[in-house]
Design a binder for this molecule. Structure first.
Ligand code: IMP
Ligand code: MG
Length: 178
């Protein structure tokens, strides 16, 4: 079992809720008269996706894409692969990619290219968390929930070795030996 445990709360349930309502309003405003497809990136974004779509009062559809970019630990393998693809074509659709966190940027730049090759009307990215200090590739993030320093976070969908996704808030991973 992992020895690293969730430590101090970085973003509380209340802060998450408030910010996600704002993001939802902004997205609804930007897509007036359109029916975008929100593409949740599994697994990390599953809770964010669920809360974000409920904060958007206008028409939309949903889909999911599963990518793997990490091994069991905290470091990116740098290699991104699709482990489960979208259920429906996105050709001629306005796509909003709903991602948990942008760290090095490798995952989202791969996804952007992959989705753009499917001839959508547009692709925008909404990330709950931006860890901007760690960026290795330049990527545009159209909607950002929170910008955080270089700390590994768990909870609210974010995992460490598969654990802690079920916490209702975002916590810093505490990996100091007991
Ligand atoms: P990137 O390709 O380096 O931008 O990494 C993006 C992916 O790495 C995210 O979608 C997460 O799944 C994972 N990741 C990056 N930082 C963290 C973190 O602090 N906690 C949990 N997962 C993370
Ligand atoms: Mg992810």
């Amino acid at each position: 079992m992992a020895t690293a445990r969730p430590g101090r709360v970085l973003i509380s349930e209340h802060e998450l809720r408030t910010r996600i309502v704002e993001l939802g309003r902004q997205i609804a405003h930007d897509y007036v008269g359109e029916t975008p497809v929100l593409v949740g990136v599994l697994q990390g974004a599953f809770l964010f996706m669920a809360d974000l779509v409920r904060a958007i009062p206008s028409d939309l559809t949903t889909d999911f894409i599963g990518v793997a970019s990490y091994g069991a630990g905290q470091r990116s393998s740098g290699q991104v692969r699709i482990v489960s693809d979208l259920a429906m074509p996105v050709e001629n659709r306005h796509v909003v990619v709903v991602e948990d966190i942008v760290d090095t940027g490798l995952t989202i730049s791969y996804l952007r290219r992959n989705l753009e090759a499917r001839h959508p009307k547009s692709v925008r990215v909404c990330a709950l968390v931006d860890k901007i200090e760690r960026r290795q590739v330049d990527v545009r993030i159209d909607y950002v929930g929170f910008t955080i320093p270089n700390v590994f976070v768990v909870g609210y969908g974010f995992d460490f070795g598969g654990l802690y996704r079920n916490l209702p808030y975002l916590a810093a991973l505490d990996d100091t030996p007991a």
